[in-house]
Ligand binder design. Structure first.
Ligand code: ADP
Length: 422
């Protein structure tokens, strides 16, 4: 089962996308429909709403007067929060009932208008956001739905802005073209991403980096993507996460890198990943624990004193270098390679990974040096495994420089990890 969030501003074409996905075979769960169901006469949420907002929000025969309530909550953020505190738990309960009823191999699409506003990208294995400039949405709402222009404008303004939507989107569906063009793009995402993602997840197959090393120019979308993935890990592991960060080359602005996102998650005890309930929560957000014979290790660099850069797919524990165990989590998303290093708090490796990252972030010469090394190794035609090994001498020299910088500046891992809510 793949759990997908679908959203977009009012009038963006979200319903058009959701209908197309249903035609293709997705199980669509419509948050608006559920939101209406839970406030039907006789439902406990309706009584609570009448108590909070007064009898004037009840129309004839005890039905909710949606227009009257809408007028209140669109004008008053606190009123909206109060309404949400009443309805959200009931909506969540009904939603999970429907998810549980979906077939094991279903792509389940949650059509949810407030995904971005509620900052919920991390609840899903993948988010699909329909994107259209606000002026076009306004025009379509007035023209096709006969909405009053002022009302349409107010509703659009009450929603998230485009930048927030883009940050929340794994897949941004541009709907400035025709409906046919939109359908074609949905069909493509269905067959190339959603279906294989679901299959990989169900069979426990993580996306792996290609053995052929390819460095790419820095992608400005990496930090936001890492943020979504961090939110997913946090969502799945909850309170067990002591801190979680984007690390590795994609976390350093302007650096060429393999298109592999490295995350680092610190927990007290990595054995929590063996709990089947944790495995289920990871799968809900598209993630898999990747184990291998002999386990995964960080290892000290050359002179044991200077450790900390994480090499994924690197040597097993070997007798000549000090090693620290870790676990690995990956995604089954065919469009993303993720190396999420789950390290125990006692491992010396995590602090050094942060130190190395922060040193590179603030030292342009070091970044340039690292970039030259990477490009030089790529030119030698190395595979990814040999490449990791060939970087070793450079690290042996660079890590003491990072440490000197850290000591000179009184560096500490910053208190606030990345992708942390609030
Ligand atoms: P939402 O569910 O996001 O509010 P809809 O899917 O209902 O949006 O689309 C809003 C309106 O715009 C509908 O009347 C729909 O038919 C129309 N529409 C959607 N996509 C396009 C498009 N690409 N070109 C023209 N009109 C569109």
């Amino acid at each position: 089962m793949l759990w997908v969030g679908l959203s977009g501003g009012i009038g963006s074409g979200k319903s058009t996308v959701s209908r197309r996905l249903a035609e293709l075979g997705a199980v669509v769960i419509d948050a608006d429909v559920i939101a209406r169901e839970v406030v039907e006469p006789g439902m406990p949420s309706l009584a609570a709403i009448a108590e909070r907002f007064g009898p004037e929000v009840l129309g004839s025969e005890g039905y909710l007067d949606r227009a009257a309530l809408g007028a209140i909550v669109f004008a008053d953020p606190q009123a909206r929060r109060d309404l949400e505190a009443i309805t959200h738990p009931a909506i969540a309960e009904r939603t999970w009932e429907l998810v549980a009823a979906a077939p094991d191999d279903a792509v389940v699409v949650h059509d949810i208008p407030l995904l971005v506003e509620l900052d919920r990208a991390g609840d899903y294995a993948l988010t699909v956001i329909v994107d259209v400039p606000a002026e076009v949405r306004l025009e379509r709402l007035v023209r096709d739905r006969g909405m009053d222009e002022g009302e349409a404008r107010r509703r659009i303004e009450a929603q998230a802005d485009d930048a927030a939507r883009h940050r929340a989107a794994d897949v941004l569906l541009d709907n400035t073209g025709t409906v046919e063009e939109l359908h074609a793009r949905v069909d493509e995402i269905w067959s190339e991403r959603l279906v294989p993602f679901e299959e990989n997840l169900r069979h426990g197959i993580p996306s792996r980096r290609p053995e052929q090393l390819t460095l790419v120019d820095p992608d400005p979308g990496w930090p936001a993507e890492a943020g979504r993935l961090l939110a997913r890990v946090r969502h799945a592991l909850g309170e067990a996460v002591l801190r979680a960060d984007h690390v590795g080359s994609t976390s350093i602005e302007g650096l060429v890198a393999k298109d592999v996102i490295d995350l680092q998650v610190i927990v007290e005890d990595t054995a929590l990943l063996d709990d089947p309930a944790v495995g289920e929560r990871l799968a809900r957000v598209g993630l898999l624990v990747v184990d291998r014979d002999g386990g995964w290790f960080d290892h000290a660099h050359v002179d044991n004193a200077h450790v900390g850069h994480a090499h994924v797919g690197h040597a097993h524990a070997d007798a000549t270098r000090e090693t620290w165990p870790k676990r690995m989590v990956a995604t089954a998303d065919p469009a993303r390679v993720l190396h999420c290093h789950v390290r125990p708090a006692e491992s010396p490796a995590w602090e050094l990974a942060l130190q190395f990252r922060d040193w590179l972030r603030q030292d342009p010469a070091a970044r340039q040096d690292y970039r030259d090394l990477k490009l030089g190794l790529q030119d030698q035609g190395l595979g990814s495994t040999d490449y990791a090994e060939a970087k070793e001498p450079w690290f042996a020299a660079a890590l003491p420089r990072a440490r000197e910088w850290a000591e000179a500046t009184g560096w500490e891992p910053d208190g606030r990890a990345e992708g942390q809510p609030g």
